[in-house]
Design a binder for this molecule. Structure first.
Ligand code: ADP
Ligand code: MG
Length: 255
């Protein structure tokens, strides 16, 4: 089982879109995938078709009540893809767990007792470097960073990389960087081009070859409560996430 956390403290960079569509692409090639929604906004849960009324158990219960993952996971419309959904009460976890020792290791401890039901666990983080994200980084084998091709993208990344360093020394020495994936790429936009080139120059092989294009199908699919693969299988967005899944798997096979 490999736990990959999708993190970037900036909002709107493609974390949730990547969690849903990369998860779906991995599931489509037979991998057993669990999404863990760690954002109180619950966009991953909504986007994969889990209505609020179906969220009896959630990541809140996992973190606060130590509910086993197996009791909280729900199947989705995608075969091989399950999710532990999020509810808005997740936003109070910081306060609820304040003063508890090991509060940043709650998710890690719950995932440890998972008995091999999944090949991949993808954790969708909130847009903040808070206790929820620390739980995600402490539980993870690696971090996958969606980076939107815009002007301040690389500055935000510096902060994230230093948080990852701190997490390594305090919580999770083995935490790796899975890679950086360029999202919402528009090849007709010069700035976008430039940011992508800068990212490849400074970060080298850390940046995935696969680039996720700006694609309207990717933004429409969640309002139909499905991933792009089900909404429009041959859309550029869906195909890009299938390539990303293949690249991710071949990278780890080569490592
Ligand atoms: P985050 O989880 O980092 O906040 P989201 O994945 O929710 O970011 O994406 C932010 C917004 O951009 C959403 O409305 C989403 O549908 C849209 N979006 C994300 N990726 C793409 C893309 N490649 N092309 C077009 N729209 C996208
Ligand atoms: Mg999100």
């Amino acid at each position: 089982m490999k736990v990959i956390s999708l993190a970037n403290q900036k909002g709107g960079v493609g974390k949730t879109t990547t969690a849903i569509n990369l998860g779906t692409a991995l599931a489509a090639v037979g991998q057993r995938v669990l999404l863990v929604d760690l954002d109180p906004q619950g966009n991953a849960s909504t986007g994969i078709g889990i209505e609020n009324s179906a969220r009896q158990k959630s990541t809140y219960d996992v973190l606060v009540e130590r509910l086993p993952i197996s009791a909280a996971a729900l199947p989705t419309i995608v075969p091989n893809l399950s999710i532990v959904p999020a509810t808005s009460d997740l936003s109070s976890v910081d306060i609820t767990l304040s003063g508890e020792s090991n509060r940043a290791n709650r998710l890690r401890d719950c995932l440890r007792s998972e008995s091999g039901d999944y090949d991949y666990v993808l954790v969708d983080c909130p847009p903040a470097l808070n206790l929820l994200t620390l739980n995600a980084l402490s539980a993870a084998n690696s971090v996958l960073v969606p980076l939107q091709c815009e002007f301040f993208a690389l500055e935000g990344l510096t902060q994230l990389l230093s948080t990852i360093k701190e997490v390594r020394s305090a919580l999770n020495p083995k935490l790796e960087i899975e890679g950086i994936v360029l999202t919402m790429y528009d090849r007709r936009n010069n700035l976008c081009h430039q940011v992508a080139a800068d990212a490849r120059q400074t970060l080298g092989e850390m940046v995935f070859e696969t680039v996720i294009p700006r694609n309207v199908r990717l933004s429409e699919a969640p309002s139909h409560a499905m991933p792009a693969l089900l909404y429009d299988e041959t859309s550029a967005g869906s195909l890009a996430y299938q390539r990303l899944a293949a690249e991710l798997r071949s990278r780890s096979a080569g490592a």
